[in-house]
Design a protein around this ligand. Structure first.
Ligand code: AHM
Ligand code: MG
Length: 282
């Protein structure tokens, strides 16, 4: 329902979470809802920091490094601190694992959840105003489990929830709590994520391939042959288009919406692939 360009039937992320809780887990205490709400608040903060970055001197290096030996950007640090503080305050987490911090954070007397996150992924894109994102995954620990890093070193399918927030030409939140992901778009005038699509689904056919082709001399033969097939299909079809942002969240979001394929295969430089299982792949 639209009136003068406004939806007259908006559903916010907060409302959606509460309704899901009532539908799926009517007797739950609402702890996961509180946690999802905290993540939503943290993402709105990061979005606001990203939008102001060029104005408030947040661009550029902060002079410290993270465990992977990359330079940390000031915005990475801001995003990381916001996430840790907001998650800690939610009272729902006992273990936090951030891509920006070497060791896990254990919260004594915290809640039953553990969150793994990359607070600002795609850091090479920060200073030039290209899309970046936050990635998060939520695990639940057994009552008998002591809080430790083993709470999150589990199979991806054991995640109770996961998603990402894209700071792009608009700010998108995509979230799954075990079912098809839902897509929300931030309405800056409301300061609320509003439901865009309740059931996101990759289109069956897509005409886009996405890979860092600068690494092609390091690829295995099978990858080279596949990408060659994307460029000149042997069945005589038209070539696919190449799109590569270099921020996983942006490349994945486009793939979910438009279809096609996003790849970061192992190569001779990154023999395990570059994307990390814990923060990015799962
Ligand atoms: P980062 O955590 O240092 O930002 O690296 C992760 C990013 C992903 O978002 C993206 O898919 C990939 O690195 C791009 O890597 P490359 O620059 O090698 O193409
Ligand atoms: Mg990162």
């Amino acid at each position: 329902e639209m009136l003068n360009g406004f939806s007259t039937d908006p559903l916010t992320l907060t409302q959606w979470v509460l309704v899901q809780q009532q539908k799926e887990a009517p007797h739950a205490r609402g702890n996961l809802s509180i946690l999802l709400n905290a993540i939503c608040v943290a993402c709105k903060f990061v979005d606001s920091a990203v939008r102001r970055a060029g104005l408030s001197d947040l661009l550029g290096l902060a002079g410290t490094g993270n465990i992977q030996g990359e330079d940390q950007k000031k915005l990475d640090i801001v995003a990381n601190e916001v996430f840790i503080n907001v998650l800690r305050r939610s009272g729902q987490c006992s273990v936090l694992v951030s891509e920006e911090i070497d060791d896990e954070i254990i919260i004594e007397g915290g809640g039953e959840y553990s969150v793994v996150f990359d607070p600002l992924d795609g850091s090479s894109n920060i200073d030039c105003g290209v899309s970046i994102g936050t990635i998060y995954g939520i695990y639940k620990k057994e009552k008998t489990e002591a809080p430790s890093v083993s709470n999150v070193l589990k199979r991806g399918r054991e995640l109770v929830g996961a998603g990402y927030c894209l700071y792009g030409s608009s700010c998108s939140m995509v979230l799954s709590v075990g079912k098809q992901p839902a897509h929300f778009t931030l309405d800056p005038s409301l300061g609320e994520f509003v439901l865009t699509s309740a059931h996101m689904r990759v289109p069956e056919a897509g005409r886009i391939y996405s890979i860092n082709e600068g690494n092609s001399s390091l690829w295995a033969d099978a990858i080279s042959r596949y990408v060659q097939e994307c460029k000149s299909p042997s069945n005589g079809k038209l070539p696919m288009s190449l799109r590569y942002v270099g921020s996983m969240v942006a490349d994945v979001h486009r793939t979910l919406l438009y279809g096609g394929i996003f790849m970061y295969p192992a190569d001779r430089k990154a023999t395990q692939g570059k994307l990390r299982l814990l923060y990015e792949a799962c």
